[in-house]
Design a binder for this molecule. Structure first.
Ligand SMILES: C[S@@+](CC[C@H](N)C(=O)[O-])C[C@H]1O[C@@H](n2cnc3c(N)ncnc32)[C@H](O)[C@@H]1O
Length: 273
């Protein structure tokens, strides 16, 4: 700590969660926020970091906040019908989804990220007896030992799959399906062009992270993860959360939608099992 601030030294995929956190903090100060996450703002104020390094500005924040708003909406839908759910929020970073959504008392929520991120969560975010922080790589099967079985289970992976290798990512999805009797897998993904053009993604480039797993559409998942059924598949700009974007962004979406491979660069996937 410096004064009352926490100093962070992260690199690679772990560092990218500072960019998504900062985007949410900047959004919270906008006159018309998309996500309106006061937790992000509070956490940013307690971290000693040169936030310019994230390359995020208020104008760029909707690229992150529309995604978070989207997964908030899908998560709410699952929790509305499964008040006894187990939630696996994998690659959670410092996202405060549990506190934004305040699930009911019957829900057990697991925020999973690398140990150094989990430690920051424990220091900087509020605690709740239903909100369990797991310090582990999501690819390590051992952490499943502490996850309850026999309950409807939701896995949310926001901004995660592209950092995993295909074999690690598919193994994670299969593990969730094998562990729980029923539930949903919700995650976003980049197609091959999103992975190949990673050099143009300033957040990824500045962090030194590498992107690996290209998911080109639902068939890639349905063929590889037995027991899954497609519920929804959307491109980023088709999401309801994008209706609140500034006009410049909406124009970009309209252009992107004309070229399928570009339109599919960033996608949202939702499966039942
Ligand atoms: C782009 S950030 C997204 C963070 C958060 N989901 C959000 O939207 O704000 C990527 C996150 O995935 C985490 N991550 C990447 N690979 C991981 C792995 N193998 N195990 C655990 N966490 C991982 C990183 O540490 C980081 O917190």
């Amino acid at each position: 700590m410096t004064g009352d601030k926490e100093r962070v030294h992260l690199s690679g995929a772990l560092q990218t969660m500072l960019a998504t956190l900062y985007a949410k903090a900047l959004d919270a100060d906008l006159p018309e926020p998309i996500l309106g996450d006061r937790y992000a703002k509070d956490v940013v104020e307690h971290i000693d970091y040169d936030w310019r390094k994230t390359t995020i500005t208020a104008a760029r924040s909707p690229a992150v906040t529309t995604r978070s708003a989207h997964f908030d909406a899908w998560t709410r839908r699952f929790l509305a019908v499964h008040p006894d759910a187990v939630v696996l929020h994998v690659g959670c970073g410092l996202d405060a989804r549990f506190f934004r959504l305040r699930p009911g008392d019957g829900v057990d929520w697991y925020d999973v990220d690398y140990a150094s991120v989990a430690e920051l969560r424990r220091t900087l975010l509020p605690t709740d007896r239903r909100n369990h922080v797991v310090a582990a790589s999501v690819t390590d099967p051992a952490w499943f030992d502490e996850i309850p079985t026999g309950r409807p289970t939701l896995m949310i992976g926001e901004g995660l799959t592209m950092y995993l290798t295909e074999s690690d990512g598919l193994a994670l999805l299969r593990r969730v399906v094998d562990h729980a009797p029923s539930g949903e897998l919700q995650f976003d993904a980049f197609n091959w062009l999103g992975i190949r053009s990673q050099w143009s993604n300033a957040v990824v480039r500045r962090s030194g992270a590498r992107l690996h797993w290209a998911i080109n559409g639902p068939d890639d998942i349905l063929a590889a993860v037995p027991g899954t059924r497609l519920l929804e598949w959307q491109r980023w700009f088709e999401s309801e959360s994008c209706s609140r974007l500034p006009p410049g962004y909406r124009a970009l979406g309209a252009v992107m939608s004309q070229i399928p491979v570009v339109a599919n660069m960033s996608q949202y996937h939702r499966y039942a099992f």
